[in-house]
Every structure is written in C-alpha cells, then in structure tokens.
Design a binder for this molecule. Structure first.
Ligand code: NAD
Length: 561
C-alpha cells in the first residue's frame, strides 16, 4: 500500500469511529478527564475509547486505541526486553512486586473509586474484591514464588536410568498476552500479571474496552514500581485489538471472558500452537439441603448472586433447594432481596449498582422473557429502574422455571436468581451437574461431612460448603473451571506454573557405561534386552536375579556403534 492510501485508510477509520462515538453520545455530557496516566504514547493511536460511568451513562475520560500494527510492535519490543528482565536476580523482580503492593495500598481509595466509576459496582466491593484480593495475590506470590519456582530434583526408579540425575527448571514462557474482561478490572488481569512478571516473563495486557482506565492506572503503578515499560505493556481496543494481539504470536495467552469469545481466541491460538489458559463463564449451582441454616444460606445466596450487580463469573446462578424447605427458603430470599439498596456504586450504603452496558440488559431481558413465556414466576423484581440510571435492573428472583429455559441453561450475567426444588441431595447433585459449565459451586448443609462428600461430586473447579463465590479471594486456591468454563488455572501454585515452561536438564554419573539401547545390535540383542525387562519387571525376585547377569553383562560387552 502506498503512503497516500495508508493516510486515506487512517482518515476513513478515524471518521467512522468518530461518527460512531458521536451517535452513541447524544446524552453524554463532557466531563473532566479523570486523573489517570495515559498508556505510553508510543503505542497509542487515535481514535479513542470512551470511559463511561454506567451509573449515569456519561463519558468521563477516553483512552486512545492501539493500532493493530502497533500491537505487533508491542509484542516484538516485549520479546526483546524479556531476556534482560528474566536475567535479573529474582529478588529484584520480587522487590518490584513489593513496591507495586505498597503503591496500590497507598492509592487504594483512588483505585477503588475509579473501578466504581468504570464498572458501576459499590465502591466498598471494589475495595474488597478488586483491590484487597490483588494486594493479597501480591503478598502470596512474593512469599511463595521463590519456593514454587525452585528447580525440582528428578530421580528415576527405572533400572535403565539409575545413573541419571536431573532437575526440572521453570523457565519463563517469554511474552504473555493477557486478555481480560470488565467485571473485575484490577483483580483479573493483575492476578495473572504479577506471577507472570515474577517468573521472568514480559506481559502485554489487552483489557476490556469498558475498563481501560483502571488497567492503565494499574500498569502505571507497575512501571512506577520499577517494571520496565517494555516488559509490561498495555494495548487498548475492542476485540479487533485482542485478535491482533493473538495474531502477534505471544508465547502464551491468558484469556478471561465469555465462552463464546474464548472459543474464537482458542481456535486462533491453536492455529499458531500458542498455549492458552481460558477462564470462561459459569452457571454455578448453589445447593441448599433441608438441614441447612436457612436464613444464613439465604444471605449467602443473595450476596453470591447479586454482588457486582450479578455480573460475576463465580456467582451463584442456579439455586437448587431440597423440596422440604423450598418455599421457606424462597420466602427468606424474597424478604432479604426486598431490603437490598440499589443506586450508584459511589453512594454510601448501596449494595446493588448498575449493569455495565445496555447490551447486557437487553440480553438479560431476553433470558427472563423466555422463562416467563414458558411459565416461570417472578417473585420479586424483573424490571428496569430508569429512575436510577440508564442500566439499572432490579434484583429478581424467579421460581417455577422450565429447566430448558435460557435462564437455567445459559450463563445469566445480571441480577436474576432462579430457584428450583430437588427431591433430595441426589437429585440436587444431578441438577447441579446438568450444565454446560463447571466453574464453581456450593453446598449448604448442617452436616459438614455430608456437604464435603457432595461437594466432591460437583463437576467444577472449586466447591465451597456453607459459603460461596469467595474462594477466588483465597490467593492460595487455584481458580478455573471444567467443561465450557475453561482450561487451566490462575492463582495459587498452578497459576504461577502456567506462566512457565517446565524444562528438564539431566546428566549421568554412569556415563562411562554402554547404553543398552544404543546401536551395535547383533543376534544376542533381543535375549539381552528381554533379560533387562525381566530384571526390571519380573513378578518374582528369583526370576529377576536369574536375569541379572545377562542383563548387566550387556552394559559392558561389545562397543556401541
Ligand atoms: P468477552 O468475551 O465479551 O470479552 C473478554 C475480552 O475479550 C475483552 O477484552 C474483549 O475485548 C476481548 N475480545 C473480544 N473479541 C475478541 C477476539 N476475537 N479476540 C481476542 N479478544 C477478543 O467477555 P466480557 O463481557 O468482557 O466478560 C464477561 C464474561 O467473562 C462472562 O462470561 C464471565 O463469566 C466471564 N468471566 C470469567 C471469569 C473467570 O475467571 N472464569 C472471570 C470474569 C469473567
């Protein structure tokens, strides 16, 4: 393409996006740009992505979009910078993470307020679920990474390899691409970036287009903490930029988002043989047995479903209650849901904020309408609240649900809680596992032992007894799912090791002995080798002893080719 054509394409693109932004901005009132440092100008291009406060629908900042060609250059420069970062002593990388932790702690209020502004969640939730869990992940990996990454000695129990001594080393992958969603805009990407950086990788983050300012602030804190800008980069944009990042051939991808996008990204990664960790959607079961503390279980269900405006991957999305206590439990839920306070996340005392965007509401309404058309009863809620803001939806509890309804079969990403009865614990487990998803779940019972036994039968990455959802806040616990909820794990030891390549390096202290498998075959080779097998595996000791002279003799007789 010649220069004039390139300029023309850039201009057309700029105009198209400007028109798009203009059309969507009829009721935007320009506001002061939030005080968040912008990503490095070198990797940014106009046009910009607006940061919109979901509580008001107003734009409050904008972040320039990264051109796909610049995405490729970001990956290349990260690749050049990574060996120097990996060559630094571990304690230097750990000191950077410690400094990041101190900076995040000092600026926690500012960060929590920004998250609320971009995402809509109550600011106290932003502080506890995003900031505090990220701080704890920094604490955990600083404390544990050195011992997890320590080379592991590998000895062989195979007689053929008695002389081998080796170690497993955890080498950094290289450049890790992190593609993340908007619902926990600090915790999710930084829970992957911190271990990746500690292990000696460079990272390129593509945050959700809805939460670019939080990502920019977090990346800036890492730079202030001493991580070189080329080692930790931010690229900004919609799915197009995410696709460009995958096409730039990073050495590993961590994708968090919907199963639908995850499938597209996984296919693109597979075509390039790029390993990928997938943290996808969920439809977590929440089982209440008749012997549970019902008021407590109802409080647990309420929080586990409606926290973050119902937009949590590990939310309690399908409540299954033993029939004997079903009505009593539904009544307790409805009574508590009536008391939930809705409003802008920045207002004190608010428990339920807005949903992120209009498109999410439209999807939620489609799922609810289909359930109602098939006979479901809305016990509370079920309506928008335009009086509060453009994307508020009431906390909603639904019963009498057909189990083939989208409200039960699909992931529901908003404040709707369906509750169904089960004859007994066995049927509850069957209903829990009858789902395309397998992220996490919970069992509520007065008998902890029984609860643990049932929990072990639920097809999911993590199951809690008498609690729900909060395991993601335990840094030591690996997070991830089964079935369409994803592949691999983040957090904990597994989360760190997924940022590394295991590399075995072995040597031989019997390296003067002939290797029995080398060339130099002759008419006696087969019986010799059979003797070797008998020495190693014969069931009787006597037979092994009989085979030993011939087997060991072959180590010395004849020179190999
Ligand atoms: P999404 O799939 O729409 O987007 C996720 C990210 O992928 C965004 O950054 C988006 O820009 C990017 N993207 C879109 N198309 C792409 C493409 N073709 N190539 C590369 N990147 C592309 O998800 P969302 O709406 O942002 O997040 C909500 C979903 O995420 C829910 O399904 C939720 O359950 C899931 N989630 C899962 C976890 C988990 O840990 N398992 C955590 C949070 C959210």
């Amino acid at each position: 393409m010649n220069g004039a054509a390139t300029m023309r394409n850039i201009l057309i693109r700029y105009l198209l996006v400007a028109i798009k932004l203009r059309c969507g901005s009829r009721n935007w009132k320009e506001q002061a740009i939030h005080e968040v440092p912008s990503p490095p100008a070198s990797i940014l291009r106009m046009p910009a992505i607006p940061a919109i406060d979901p509580a008001t629908g107003l734009r409050f900042a904008e972040t320039p979009v990264t051109d796909p060609e610049e995405v490729r250059r970001a990956v290349e420069s990260a690749r050049r910078a990574q060996p120097g970062w990996a060559a630094r002593p571990f304690r230097e990388r750990r000191e950077c993470i410690a400094k990041f932790q101190r900076l995040l702690y000092q600026r926690r209020q500012e960060v929590a307020e920004l998250i609320t502004r971009e995402n809509g969640k109550p600011v106290g939730e932003a502080l506890l679920t995003d900031v505090a869990v990220t701080l704890d992940l920094a604490r955990y990996y600083r404390a544990r990474a050195a011992s997890i990454l320590r080379p592991r000695r590998i000895a062989s129990g195979n007689v053929a390899f008695l002389g081998k001594r080796g170690r497993l080393y955890w080498e950094p992958m290289g450049v890790i691409a992190i593609i993340s969603p908007w619902n926990y805009p600090l915790l999710l990407p930084f829970g992957e970036m911190l271990p990746a950086l500690l292990a000696g990788n460079a990272v390129v983050l593509k945050p959700s287009e809805f939460t670019t300012r939080t990502a920019a602030l977090g990346v800036d804190l890492l730079h202030q903490a001493g991580v070189p800008p080329a080692v930790c980069q931010l690229v900004v944009g919609t799915g197009e930029v995410g696709a460009a990042l995958v096409a730039s051939r990073p050495d590993k991808i961590f994708f968090t988002g919907s199963a639908r996008t995850g499938r597209t990204v996984a296919i693109a990664a597979a075509e390039r043989f790029i390993p990928i960790t997938l943290e996808l959607g969920g439809s977590d079961p929440f089982i209440v047995l008749a012997d549970a503390d019902l008021p407590r279980a109802a409080s647990g269900a309420l929080w586990a479903r409606f926290t973050n405006g119902g937009q949590t991957c590990v939310a309690a999305k399908r409540v299954i209650v033993e029939r004997a206590v079903y009505e009593e439990f539904v009544t307790a839920l409805v009574t508590k849901a009536e008391q939930l306070r809705m409003g802008a996340g920045a207002a004190p005392g608010v428990e339920l904020g807005p949903m992120i965007r209009e498109s999410q509401l439209v999807e939620l309404e489609r799922q609810l309408a289909a359930a109602v058309a098939a006979g479901a009863r809305v016990r509370i809620g079920g309506r928008r609240r335009p009086d509060l803001g453009p994307t508020f939806f009431e906390p909603t509890i639904v019963t009498d649900l057909a189990l083939d309804s989208p409200l039960w079969r699909e992931e529901v990403f908003g404040p709707i809680l369906p509750v169904v009865p089960a004859a007994d614990a066995e049927e509850a487990v069957r209903l829990a596992n009858d789902s395309a998803y397998g992220l996490s779940g919970s069992v509520w019972t007065g008998n902890r032992r029984h609860g643990i036994a049932l929990a072990r039968r639920i097809e999911a990455g993590a199951v809690l007894v008498n609690d729900a959802t909060c395991h993601v806040g335990i840094s030591e616990v690996p997070h991830g799912g089964e079935k369409e909820s994803g592949l691999g794990r983040t957090h904990g030891e597994f989360g760190l090791l997924e940022t590394c390549r295991p590399r075995y390096v072995g040597s031989d202290w019997l390296d003067w002995i002939r290797k029995p498998w080398w060339f130099g075959y002759h008419e006696g080779s087969y019986p010799n080798r059979d003797a070797f097998l008998r020495l190693a595996f014969a069931p009787s000791i006597l037979e092994r002893l009989r085979a030993a002279p011939r087997a060991l003799g072959m180590l010395f007789n004849r020179r190999p080719l």
